[in-house]
Ligand binder design. Sequence first.
Ligand SMILES: O=C(O)CCC(=O)C(=O)O
Length: 274
Amino acid sequence: MLSDAQIVTFREQGYLNVGRVYDDKYVDGLRNRLEQVIAGKSETDPEALRNLRGDDMEGAEVVIQVVNIWEADDLFKTHLFQPAICEMASELMGCGTVRVWHDQIQFKPPRKGGPTDWHQDHPYWPIIQPADLISAWVALDDATIENGCMHMVPRSHHWGPHKGGTIGTVSDGFTPDPDMSRIPPGEDIKVVPCEVKKGECMFHHCLTWHGSPPNLSETGRPAIAVHYMPGYTRYEPNKTHLMEKRVEVQPGALLKGPYFPTVWQNGPIAPLTP
Ligand SMILES: O=C(O)CCC(=O)C(=O)O
């Protein structure tokens, strides 16, 4: 359970590290399963397994994205329902019902892990409204400045959607280069590196500007984000999205169903079989 001060900080800043949610042994289990899924050794496939930096998984710059690893692995399915995380998501969103939009791994391998460009999440999710989702990002090993931890711009979730979610980067490599006409007067663009220790969880709002630099270190940077939606989130098709083929409700209806599990309903829920 979060304190009032933590909830206020999240609402003001747009992100919050809530500390440890798993012990090292459990994280090692998840990490091991992640390696199996990336190696193509799971019984079922996730929604997507690809290199976000190009077509070649063995290329010079790699960010391995796995979408809905929970469909491929039961330990990750259980992770969606982790009661402490779901309770905090409910508190931060101020909603008694919490569902999963989808999960997402971005694994940056050693030495050639690419950057994740500055962006906001919600503009990449054009089939769901409103933009009240939050993500729980759990480090499966220490995420450090050297291996490409997430960087956040505090308060940016108050500034509205920005040019389709893309913020831009100046030529120094990793400073946001926004359209300044969209930044409210008096606001300050400050980049905060957010190191997250193995087993800790950091939440961010779906309009908070964030990105992560390359991983040129000797260790990989494994982490999982679960994108949680408040129970009042609706399917409002506009453009398309990878997950749209899983939607079974009518336009305008609450987005729910076997692929968008309810993980908290004023209390914990046991994992379901899709
Ligand atoms: O893991 C990363 O570095 C980026 C993840 C991300 O953009 C997200 O979870 O929204």
